[in-house]
Design a protein around this ligand. Structure first.
Ligand code: UT7
Length: 323
Protein backbone atom coordinates (compact mmCIF):
# COMPACT_ATOMS: atom_id res chain seq x y z
CA UNK A 1 0.00 0.00 0.00
CA UNK A 2 1.18 3.50 -0.84
CA UNK A 3 -0.39 6.92 -0.75
CA UNK A 4 -0.85 8.61 -4.13
CA UNK A 5 -2.16 12.08 -4.93
CA UNK A 6 -5.06 12.85 -7.27
CA UNK A 7 -6.62 16.06 -8.53
CA UNK A 8 -10.21 15.93 -7.28
CA UNK A 9 -11.35 19.36 -8.45
CA UNK A 10 -10.25 22.26 -10.66
CA UNK A 11 -11.28 25.91 -10.79
CA UNK A 12 -10.25 29.18 -12.38
CA UNK A 13 -11.07 32.85 -12.52
CA UNK A 14 -10.30 35.68 -14.93
CA UNK A 15 -10.72 39.42 -14.44
CA UNK A 16 -13.54 40.89 -16.54
CA UNK A 17 -11.56 43.57 -18.32
CA UNK A 18 -10.32 42.54 -21.79
CA UNK A 19 -7.56 44.37 -23.68
CA UNK A 20 -7.34 43.51 -27.38
CA UNK A 21 -4.25 43.80 -29.57
CA UNK A 22 -5.86 46.72 -31.40
CA UNK A 23 -6.32 48.58 -28.12
CA UNK A 24 -2.65 47.99 -27.25
CA UNK A 25 -1.55 49.25 -30.65
CA UNK A 26 -2.99 52.65 -29.67
CA UNK A 27 -0.64 52.78 -26.64
CA UNK A 28 2.64 51.36 -28.03
CA UNK A 29 4.17 50.92 -31.48
CA UNK A 30 2.75 47.48 -32.29
CA UNK A 31 0.00 45.87 -34.34
CA UNK A 32 -2.54 43.08 -34.09
CA UNK A 33 -0.76 41.45 -37.03
CA UNK A 34 2.67 41.43 -35.30
CA UNK A 35 1.32 40.12 -31.98
CA UNK A 36 -0.86 37.44 -33.57
CA UNK A 37 1.84 36.22 -35.96
CA UNK A 38 4.68 36.14 -33.40
CA UNK A 39 2.73 34.90 -30.37
CA UNK A 40 -0.80 33.73 -31.21
CA UNK A 41 -2.15 36.18 -28.62
CA UNK A 42 -5.34 38.05 -29.59
CA UNK A 43 -6.40 39.50 -26.25
CA UNK A 44 -5.62 39.34 -22.53
CA UNK A 45 -7.48 39.94 -19.26
CA UNK A 46 -6.23 42.68 -16.94
CA UNK A 47 -7.28 43.54 -13.38
CA UNK A 48 -8.95 46.83 -12.49
CA UNK A 49 -7.96 49.06 -9.55
CA UNK A 50 -8.39 47.22 -6.28
CA UNK A 51 -8.45 43.77 -7.88
CA UNK A 52 -5.54 41.79 -6.44
CA UNK A 53 -3.89 38.38 -6.74
CA UNK A 54 -5.66 37.14 -3.59
CA UNK A 55 -9.07 38.13 -4.99
CA UNK A 56 -8.46 36.18 -8.22
CA UNK A 57 -6.97 33.28 -6.21
CA UNK A 58 -9.97 33.14 -3.88
CA UNK A 59 -12.44 32.84 -6.77
CA UNK A 60 -10.41 30.10 -8.45
CA UNK A 61 -10.06 28.28 -5.11
CA UNK A 62 -13.79 28.43 -4.40
CA UNK A 63 -14.53 27.04 -7.86
CA UNK A 64 -12.05 24.18 -7.32
CA UNK A 65 -13.50 23.38 -3.88
CA UNK A 66 -17.00 23.32 -5.36
CA UNK A 67 -15.87 20.99 -8.16
CA UNK A 68 -14.24 18.71 -5.55
CA UNK A 69 -17.43 18.88 -3.50
CA UNK A 70 -15.57 19.82 -0.33
CA UNK A 71 -15.29 22.91 1.89
CA UNK A 72 -12.30 24.83 3.31
CA UNK A 73 -12.73 22.74 6.48
CA UNK A 74 -11.48 19.73 4.47
CA UNK A 75 -8.24 21.43 3.36
CA UNK A 76 -4.95 20.99 5.27
CA UNK A 77 -2.64 23.29 3.31
CA UNK A 78 -2.89 26.15 0.80
CA UNK A 79 -0.02 26.76 -1.61
CA UNK A 80 -0.13 29.82 -3.85
CA UNK A 81 2.32 30.04 -6.74
CA UNK A 82 2.72 33.70 -7.57
CA UNK A 83 5.24 36.32 -8.64
CA UNK A 84 2.84 39.14 -7.88
CA UNK A 85 1.82 38.68 -4.22
CA UNK A 86 -0.56 41.27 -2.77
CA UNK A 87 2.21 42.34 -0.38
CA UNK A 88 5.92 41.56 0.05
CA UNK A 89 4.72 39.74 3.16
CA UNK A 90 2.69 38.04 4.53
CA UNK A 91 2.11 35.39 1.91
CA UNK A 92 -0.87 35.55 -0.41
CA UNK A 93 -1.68 32.00 0.73
CA UNK A 94 -2.32 33.14 4.31
CA UNK A 95 -4.55 35.92 2.95
CA UNK A 96 -6.54 33.39 0.91
CA UNK A 97 -6.72 31.19 4.02
CA UNK A 98 -8.37 34.04 5.94
CA UNK A 99 -10.66 34.93 3.03
CA UNK A 100 -11.85 31.31 2.90
CA UNK A 101 -12.63 31.48 6.63
CA UNK A 102 -10.12 28.69 7.22
CA UNK A 103 -8.66 28.89 10.74
CA UNK A 104 -6.68 25.65 10.79
CA UNK A 105 -3.78 24.26 8.74
CA UNK A 106 -1.32 26.58 7.04
CA UNK A 107 -0.49 28.34 3.80
CA UNK A 108 2.63 29.51 2.00
CA UNK A 109 3.65 30.96 -1.35
CA UNK A 110 6.00 29.53 -3.94
CA UNK A 111 8.04 31.71 -6.28
CA UNK A 112 9.12 30.05 -9.51
CA UNK A 113 7.52 32.57 -11.88
CA UNK A 114 5.90 30.86 -14.90
CA UNK A 115 6.92 27.41 -13.56
CA UNK A 116 5.28 28.17 -10.22
CA UNK A 117 2.26 25.92 -10.62
CA UNK A 118 4.43 22.89 -11.51
CA UNK A 119 6.65 23.62 -8.49
CA UNK A 120 3.61 23.98 -6.21
CA UNK A 121 2.04 20.77 -7.52
CA UNK A 122 5.33 18.95 -6.97
CA UNK A 123 5.59 20.16 -3.37
CA UNK A 124 1.93 19.30 -2.68
CA UNK A 125 2.36 15.82 -4.19
CA UNK A 126 5.42 15.22 -1.99
CA UNK A 127 3.62 16.42 1.12
CA UNK A 128 0.70 14.11 0.44
CA UNK A 129 2.79 11.05 -0.39
CA UNK A 130 4.91 11.57 2.76
CA UNK A 131 1.77 11.76 4.90
CA UNK A 132 2.36 15.39 5.90
CA UNK A 133 -0.99 16.52 4.47
CA UNK A 134 -4.02 14.89 2.90
CA UNK A 135 -5.76 17.68 0.99
CA UNK A 136 -3.84 20.57 -0.52
CA UNK A 137 -5.30 23.54 -2.36
CA UNK A 138 -2.78 24.40 -5.07
CA UNK A 139 -3.31 27.81 -6.68
CA UNK A 140 -1.51 29.69 -9.44
CA UNK A 141 -2.53 33.36 -9.40
CA UNK A 142 -1.01 36.45 -10.97
CA UNK A 143 -1.57 40.12 -11.70
CA UNK A 144 1.45 40.37 -13.99
CA UNK A 145 -0.07 43.56 -15.48
CA UNK A 146 1.13 45.39 -12.35
CA UNK A 147 4.83 44.63 -12.99
CA UNK A 148 4.81 45.36 -16.73
CA UNK A 149 6.43 48.42 -18.27
CA UNK A 150 3.46 49.52 -20.35
CA UNK A 151 5.77 51.59 -22.58
CA UNK A 152 7.88 48.53 -23.55
CA UNK A 153 6.25 46.89 -26.58
CA UNK A 154 8.57 43.88 -26.38
CA UNK A 155 6.98 42.73 -23.10
CA UNK A 156 3.68 44.50 -22.41
CA UNK A 157 1.84 42.76 -25.27
CA UNK A 158 2.70 39.28 -23.97
CA UNK A 159 1.11 38.98 -20.53
CA UNK A 160 -2.25 38.84 -18.79
CA UNK A 161 -3.83 38.30 -15.35
CA UNK A 162 -5.78 35.35 -13.95
CA UNK A 163 -5.90 32.45 -11.51
CA UNK A 164 -6.37 28.71 -11.55
CA UNK A 165 -6.55 26.14 -8.77
CA UNK A 166 -6.71 22.43 -8.10
CA UNK A 167 -7.50 20.37 -5.02
CA UNK A 168 -4.90 17.63 -4.67
CA UNK A 169 -5.91 14.79 -2.35
CA UNK A 170 -4.26 11.65 -0.99
CA UNK A 171 -5.62 8.12 -1.55
CA UNK A 172 -4.49 4.60 -0.75
CA UNK A 173 -3.41 3.20 -4.12
CA UNK A 174 -4.84 -0.22 -3.29
CA UNK A 175 -8.31 1.19 -4.09
CA UNK A 176 -7.97 0.05 -7.72
CA UNK A 177 -8.19 3.57 -9.19
CA UNK A 178 -5.12 4.29 -11.36
CA UNK A 179 -5.70 8.07 -11.43
CA UNK A 180 -2.75 9.94 -9.86
CA UNK A 181 0.17 12.30 -10.24
CA UNK A 182 2.69 9.96 -11.85
CA UNK A 183 5.75 12.17 -11.45
CA UNK A 184 7.04 15.71 -11.30
CA UNK A 185 10.45 16.94 -12.44
CA UNK A 186 11.86 20.35 -11.50
CA UNK A 187 14.89 22.27 -12.78
CA UNK A 188 16.49 25.68 -12.50
CA UNK A 189 19.62 27.40 -13.79
CA UNK A 190 20.35 30.67 -11.99
CA UNK A 191 23.09 31.61 -14.45
CA UNK A 192 20.29 32.56 -16.84
CA UNK A 193 18.45 34.87 -14.46
CA UNK A 194 19.22 38.03 -16.46
CA UNK A 195 17.38 36.98 -19.62
CA UNK A 196 14.03 37.13 -17.81
CA UNK A 197 13.89 39.13 -14.59
CA UNK A 198 12.31 42.04 -12.73
CA UNK A 199 14.63 45.05 -12.32
CA UNK A 200 13.63 45.74 -8.72
CA UNK A 201 12.57 44.11 -5.48
CA UNK A 202 12.16 44.62 -1.73
CA UNK A 203 15.69 43.42 -0.93
CA UNK A 204 17.52 45.37 -3.63
CA UNK A 205 15.97 48.59 -4.91
CA UNK A 206 13.06 48.73 -2.49
CA UNK A 207 10.78 49.12 -5.49
CA UNK A 208 8.54 46.61 -7.26
CA UNK A 209 10.42 46.94 -10.55
CA UNK A 210 9.39 45.98 -14.07
CA UNK A 211 9.58 42.74 -16.00
CA UNK A 212 12.49 42.64 -18.49
CA UNK A 213 13.04 39.93 -21.06
CA UNK A 214 15.41 39.03 -23.86
CA UNK A 215 12.60 37.32 -25.75
CA UNK A 216 14.65 35.57 -28.42
CA UNK A 217 17.02 34.05 -25.81
CA UNK A 218 14.14 32.86 -23.63
CA UNK A 219 12.42 31.38 -26.67
CA UNK A 220 15.53 29.35 -27.57
CA UNK A 221 15.84 27.89 -24.06
CA UNK A 222 12.09 27.25 -23.84
CA UNK A 223 11.86 24.99 -26.88
CA UNK A 224 14.91 22.93 -25.81
CA UNK A 225 14.16 22.72 -22.08
CA UNK A 226 10.47 21.91 -22.48
CA UNK A 227 11.10 19.06 -24.89
CA UNK A 228 13.85 17.70 -22.59
CA UNK A 229 11.71 17.83 -19.44
CA UNK A 230 8.85 16.15 -21.29
CA UNK A 231 11.14 13.31 -22.39
CA UNK A 232 12.46 13.05 -18.83
CA UNK A 233 8.91 12.61 -17.49
CA UNK A 234 8.03 9.97 -20.08
CA UNK A 235 11.25 8.00 -19.52
CA UNK A 236 10.75 8.03 -15.73
CA UNK A 237 7.36 6.36 -16.23
CA UNK A 238 8.36 3.95 -19.03
CA UNK A 239 6.03 5.76 -21.40
CA UNK A 240 6.51 7.27 -24.84
CA UNK A 241 4.98 10.40 -26.36
CA UNK A 242 2.39 8.21 -28.12
CA UNK A 243 0.94 7.53 -24.64
CA UNK A 244 0.16 11.23 -24.08
CA UNK A 245 -3.50 12.17 -24.53
CA UNK A 246 -3.22 15.86 -23.67
CA UNK A 247 -0.44 18.40 -23.40
CA UNK A 248 -1.46 21.16 -20.97
CA UNK A 249 1.49 23.53 -21.33
CA UNK A 250 2.38 26.87 -19.84
CA UNK A 251 0.95 29.39 -22.28
CA UNK A 252 3.72 31.81 -23.27
CA UNK A 253 3.67 31.77 -27.05
CA UNK A 254 1.73 29.70 -29.57
CA UNK A 255 4.96 29.11 -31.51
CA UNK A 256 6.56 27.53 -28.42
CA UNK A 257 3.49 25.32 -27.91
CA UNK A 258 3.57 24.24 -31.56
CA UNK A 259 7.33 23.60 -31.40
CA UNK A 260 7.04 21.45 -28.26
CA UNK A 261 4.08 19.48 -29.65
CA UNK A 262 5.98 18.88 -32.89
CA UNK A 263 9.10 17.65 -31.04
CA UNK A 264 6.89 15.21 -29.12
CA UNK A 265 5.04 14.10 -32.27
CA UNK A 266 1.66 15.28 -30.91
CA UNK A 267 -1.18 16.55 -33.08
CA UNK A 268 -2.31 20.16 -32.69
CA UNK A 269 -5.66 18.97 -31.34
CA UNK A 270 -3.91 17.27 -28.39
CA UNK A 271 -2.66 20.61 -27.05
CA UNK A 272 -4.87 22.69 -24.74
CA UNK A 273 -4.47 26.29 -25.88
CA UNK A 274 -5.62 29.42 -24.07
CA UNK A 275 -2.79 31.79 -24.99
CA UNK A 276 -4.95 33.36 -27.73
CA UNK A 277 -7.42 34.64 -25.10
CA UNK A 278 -5.38 34.81 -21.89
CA UNK A 279 -1.84 35.66 -23.11
CA UNK A 280 0.89 34.59 -20.66
CA UNK A 281 -0.59 34.52 -17.14
CA UNK A 282 2.62 33.10 -15.61
CA UNK A 283 1.89 30.64 -12.75
CA UNK A 284 -1.84 30.79 -13.51
CA UNK A 285 -1.67 29.61 -17.11
CA UNK A 286 -1.53 25.83 -16.59
CA UNK A 287 -4.37 25.57 -14.04
CA UNK A 288 -6.46 27.96 -16.18
CA UNK A 289 -5.95 25.75 -19.25
CA UNK A 290 -6.49 22.58 -17.24
CA UNK A 291 -9.76 23.83 -15.78
CA UNK A 292 -11.04 24.78 -19.23
CA UNK A 293 -10.28 21.35 -20.69
CA UNK A 294 -11.72 19.51 -17.67
CA UNK A 295 -14.93 21.52 -17.65
CA UNK A 296 -15.58 21.26 -21.40
CA UNK A 297 -15.08 17.50 -21.22
CA UNK A 298 -11.93 17.20 -23.31
CA UNK A 299 -9.97 15.62 -20.45
CA UNK A 300 -11.45 12.26 -19.49
CA UNK A 301 -10.77 9.75 -16.77
CA UNK A 302 -7.79 7.47 -17.41
CA UNK A 303 -6.08 9.80 -19.89
CA UNK A 304 -2.39 10.71 -19.65
CA UNK A 305 -1.84 14.45 -19.18
CA UNK A 306 1.54 16.14 -19.53
CA UNK A 307 1.99 19.60 -18.05
CA UNK A 308 5.18 21.59 -18.57
CA UNK A 309 6.42 25.13 -17.99
CA UNK A 310 9.46 27.38 -18.16
CA UNK A 311 9.96 30.79 -16.60
CA UNK A 312 12.28 33.31 -14.99
CA UNK A 313 15.22 31.90 -13.06
CA UNK A 314 15.37 30.14 -15.40
CA UNK A 315 13.08 27.54 -13.89
CA UNK A 316 11.37 24.72 -15.71
CA UNK A 317 9.57 21.50 -14.95
CA UNK A 318 6.93 18.95 -15.80
CA UNK A 319 4.11 17.03 -14.18
CA UNK A 320 2.76 13.81 -15.66
CA UNK A 321 -0.67 12.63 -14.50
CA UNK A 322 -3.11 9.87 -15.18
CA UNK A 323 -6.50 11.58 -14.90
O1 UT7 B 1 6.69 32.68 -19.70
C1 UT7 B 1 8.06 32.87 -19.66
C2 UT7 B 1 8.65 32.51 -20.90
N1 UT7 B 1 8.52 33.55 -21.89
C3 UT7 B 1 8.58 33.20 -23.13
O2 UT7 B 1 8.64 32.00 -23.38
C4 UT7 B 1 8.68 34.23 -24.20
C5 UT7 B 1 9.66 33.74 -25.21
N2 UT7 B 1 9.89 34.65 -26.33
C6 UT7 B 1 8.96 34.91 -27.25
O3 UT7 B 1 7.82 34.50 -27.15
C7 UT7 B 1 9.38 35.70 -28.46
O4 UT7 B 1 10.77 35.78 -28.50
C8 UT7 B 1 8.77 37.12 -28.50
C9 UT7 B 1 7.28 37.03 -28.81
C10 UT7 B 1 9.01 37.83 -27.19
C11 UT7 B 1 9.42 37.93 -29.61
O5 UT7 B 1 9.31 37.27 -30.87
P1 UT7 B 1 10.57 37.14 -31.82
O6 UT7 B 1 10.09 36.51 -33.07
O7 UT7 B 1 11.63 36.42 -31.04
O8 UT7 B 1 10.93 38.63 -32.10
P2 UT7 B 1 12.28 39.42 -31.75
O9 UT7 B 1 12.43 39.61 -30.28
O10 UT7 B 1 13.39 38.77 -32.48
O11 UT7 B 1 11.98 40.83 -32.39
C12 UT7 B 1 11.75 40.98 -33.79
C13 UT7 B 1 11.45 42.44 -34.10
C14 UT7 B 1 12.41 43.42 -33.43
O12 UT7 B 1 12.66 44.44 -34.35
P3 UT7 B 1 14.03 44.47 -35.19
O13 UT7 B 1 15.11 44.54 -34.15
O14 UT7 B 1 14.05 43.19 -35.97
O15 UT7 B 1 13.89 45.69 -36.03
C15 UT7 B 1 11.60 43.98 -32.29
O16 UT7 B 1 11.99 45.30 -31.96
O17 UT7 B 1 10.15 42.77 -33.61
C16 UT7 B 1 10.22 43.97 -32.85
N3 UT7 B 1 9.18 43.93 -31.82
C17 UT7 B 1 7.92 44.32 -32.05
N4 UT7 B 1 7.33 44.84 -33.13
C18 UT7 B 1 6.02 45.13 -33.05
C19 UT7 B 1 9.28 43.48 -30.56
N5 UT7 B 1 8.08 43.58 -29.94
C20 UT7 B 1 7.23 44.12 -30.84
C21 UT7 B 1 5.87 44.44 -30.82
N6 UT7 B 1 5.31 44.95 -31.93
N7 UT7 B 1 5.11 44.25 -29.71
Amino acid sequence: MAIVSRIIGTGSHLPEKIITNDELSKKVDTSDEWITERTGIRERRVVKDGETTSILALQAAENALEAANITPADIDVIIVATTTPDNTFPSTATKVQAMLGMHHGYGFDIQAVCSGFIYALSVADGMIRSGQANRVLVIGAEVISRILDWTDRSTCVLFGDGAGAVVLAGFDDSDGDTSRVLSTHLHSDGRLREILHVDGGPGSTGTIGHLRMLGREVFRHAVNNLAAVAEEALAANNLTSSDIDWLVPHQANKRILDGTAKKLGLNDDQVVITVDRHANTSAASIPLALDEAVRDGRIEKGQIILMEAMGGGLTWGSALLRW
